[in-house]
Design a protein around this ligand. Sequence first.
Ligand SMILES: Cc1cc2nc3c(=O)[nH]c(=O)nc-3n(C[C@H](O)[C@H](O)[C@H](O)COP(=O)(O)OP(=O)(O)OC[C@H]3O[C@@H](n4cnc5c(N)ncnc54)[C@H](O)[C@@H]3O)c2cc1C
Length: 378
Amino acid sequence: MKLRAVVLGAGFGGLELTTILSEALGDRLDLTLIDKNDAFYFGFSKLDVMVGHEKPANVRVPYHHINKPGVKFRREEITSIDPAAKRVKTDKAVYDADVLVIALGSDYDFKATPGLVEYGHEFYSLEGAERLSKLLPNFSKGRIVIGVSGTPFKCPPAPSEAALMLHDYLTKRGVRKNCEITLAMPFGVPIPPSPETSQALLVAFAERNITFVPKKTVVALDPGKSVVQFDDNSTLPYDLYLGIPKHCVPAVVASSGLTEEGWVVPNPKNLKTKFPGVYAVGDVTRIGPPKAGLFAEGAAKVAAATILADLQGGEYPAAYDGAGTCYIEFGGGKVGRVDVKFLAGPTPTGRYFAPSTDLVVEKKYFGSSRRARWFGLR
Ligand SMILES: Cc1cc2nc3c(=O)[nH]c(=O)nc-3n(C[C@H](O)[C@H](O)[C@H](O)COP(=O)(O)OP(=O)(O)OC[C@H]3O[C@@H](n4cnc5c(N)ncnc54)[C@H](O)[C@@H]3O)c2cc1C
């Protein structure tokens, strides 16, 4: 008998889990991987698109490259999930599963920040980054504010990276002296689990005249006065606002009965939800680790190993430790790195690696190795 698996979402989590099951089971697998998009792209490529380092077409990895034993990719929009019946409906078909994996990532609730869509910009979607890439060449003078509309949000280093990359971008154009860059965040420091990384970023901001404003969450943009409004009633004037929108689960997950206080909360040790045979991995969950690709991948590895142990007998994997790595663009052609562990001890811990050109190479390999593993691309 083949294992009938349905994997919802072909991002970091869904692709890694699909790859492991295909490698382990081959033709004993009947797996359908569903995503509404026709291509995958790395989150960090949005920053590259924003500042013109990459064209949007170059960062897309089309799903038609997926060619794995036992795996079918379907480009369809998931419209309902019944976790008790392990039944999924899409705009084109109905799927029944023995094992159902929810890896649908997080969505953006733009409306939660009044004024954001009308008077602000964002680089958290590829479309938003592309719009900014067209607007930035005409921005030569004024106040840029980067702000965050709530936690949790994807890739906590990304707002800091955006500030540092914008500094380089404006410097290269010779207009940095006419521009102010301010980064406001809900956290007290840029990367709370790693004081060393936070300190290095604060030094980098100070060296580049980037103002860091801690412990402030953006609640609205006031178009009349061109000010950002924060949760403590303070305001900050801007000419160009780059916002990280409030995050939420995709609507189809919200209506599935899988969420608790807005997120899916599987058992952190093995990623099983309260519904037998239903797993959840990655940004759609809230179990402690941040929303970033390598954490989604780590959870997918443990979920896949648990699915295989349930199916074939044998050893269960060690509990998910919430460990992952984030590469951080420091500007000036250098990349730093922080390794963080969220679930292995009483408090999260982080290890910092100073920015270097070696880490630029390592980050490139991080991308190319996934392209090879998931899509067979060299
Ligand atoms: C600016 C930025 C920079 C980042 N930099 C990094 C970085 O350097 N390193 C890092 O590790 N992470 C980074 N990230 C975060 C990373 O991209 C995410 O954390 C990661 O993609 C999460 O993986 P996932 O599998 O949980 O979800 P995703 O990768 O988001 O995948 C979810 C998939 O579900 C699909 N989907 C959703 N709803 C439906 C539906 N109804 N029907 C069908 N399909 C649907 C989506 O199309 C998507 O492909 C960054 C993110 C941003 C925005």
